[in-house]
Design a protein around this ligand. Structure first.
Ligand code: FMN
Length: 326
């Protein structure tokens, strides 16, 4: 192992994370990235709802596929008590099953830090701006994942350079998430000062990812300009491929939805509605081989992705590109 902080914290050889992806994180993909020396991150709703594994059984399946460490994503949106209780249960089970690397998104990660640190693990927190990084630092996180404006999923507002400059003084390792399509991009962000990288889109176009062939092909075909931000999925902008279906639906949330999202009381109902609707829609679209519901999340890294390949080959090629570079 090197002196690289992400490698030390995640107990891995190559400072490369396959980020959590709802609905694309299937056990085989998570395991393949870890097995090759990076780290795959379990997305609990993907594991249980999309791929139908009971949570503990799903983690055990991954452990059968690789002896290497895997991580877990704790999306800590606090608007529903039932969801919070479920997330506490998932974190507890993950710790019991030996996971020691956690990535938190949204909300206040304090309770996750307390539990994970008590077990000797580490917590990295997804941030898009300095104010969230300060909140994470105050809650005790060990590192930051800087989600920039080129990312797939919920992209941030800043460039990779700008975001790093905003949080570099906080004394925490920072991982770059967004827009990394090949090993040259990876080496470039390492030179910029990032401890490592978290990739999403690149790992969808892999043999192990269970997303439909139509979805994978759309990633290979798309260029940077084909990525647009849609509010129609979750109520906040999400990066998607600009397919005919997306064009028909439009990119903005409807008027009623926008009004409800502004109201103090109605915004919670609206968010819950969006969360449930998007969980169902994205699952259906990602697995649909007919390609009719072309509702596909992807980031600007699509421009550099030109073939479907085994996830392990990507990890090893990226690793070779930064060898000897800590
Ligand atoms: C299809 C898709 C689903 C995602 N789902 C999640 C998620 O459930 N939780 C999360 O924290 N991040 C999610 N992300 C963000 C990724 O973990 C990662 O930060 C991002 O994809 C990096 O940008 P890239 O796609 O340009 O590599 C998702 C990204 C994609 C492309």
């Amino acid at each position: 192992m090197t002196g690289n902080l992400l490698c030390r914290d995640a107990a891995i050889e190559i400072p490369l994370i396959c980020g959590a992806m709802y609905p694309c994180s299937n056990p085989e993909l998570v395991a393949a990235v870890s097995d090759a020396g990076g780290i795959g991150i379990v997305q609990p709703i993907s594991l249980t709802y999309v791929y139908r594994h009971e949570f503990r059984a799903g983690l055990r399946l991954i452990k059968q596929l690789t002896p290497k460490p895997v991580g877990m994503n704790a999306l800590i949106e606090a608007s529903s008590r039932r969801y919070h209780e479920k997330m506490v249960e998932w974190v507890t089970i993950a710790l019991e099953e030996g996971l020691r690397f956690f990535i938190t998104s949204l909300g206040n990660p304090r309770w996750v830090c307390e539990r994970v640190h008590a077990a000797g693990g580490k917590v990295y927190h997804d941030v898009t701006e300095r104010k969230w990084a300060l909140k994470g630092r105050d809650a005790g996180v060990d590192g930051l994942i800087g989600v920039n404006r080129r990312a797939g999923g919920h992209a941030g507002p800043l460039s990779a350079e700008h975001l790093l400059a905003e949080v570099a003084d906080l004394g925490l390792p920072v991982v770059c998430a967004g827009g990394i399509g090949d090993q040259h991009d990876f080496a470039a962000v390492r030179r910029m000062g990032y401890a490592g990288a978290q990739l999403g889109t690149r790992f969808i176009a892999t043999v192990e990812c269970r997303a439909s062939e139509a979805y994978k092909q759309a990633i290979l075909d798309a260029d940077e300009d084909d990525i647009v931000l849609s509010e129609r999925i979750t109520g906040v902008p999400v990066a998607v491929i600009n397919t005919p279906y997306i064009q028909r639906m439009g990119l903005k949330a409807g008027r009623l939805a926008r009004w409800m999202l502004r109201g103090k009381r109605t915004k919670h109902w609206m968010r819950t509605f969006y969360a449930l609707k998007s969980i169902w829609q994205l699952k259906r679209a990602s697995l649909d081989e007919s390609g009719e519901k072309d509702y596909w999340q992807a980031g600007k890294s699509v421009a550099k992705i030109d073939r479907i390949e085994p996830a392990g080959e990507i990890v090893r090629r990226f690793g070779a590109a930064v060898k000897g570079n800590g």
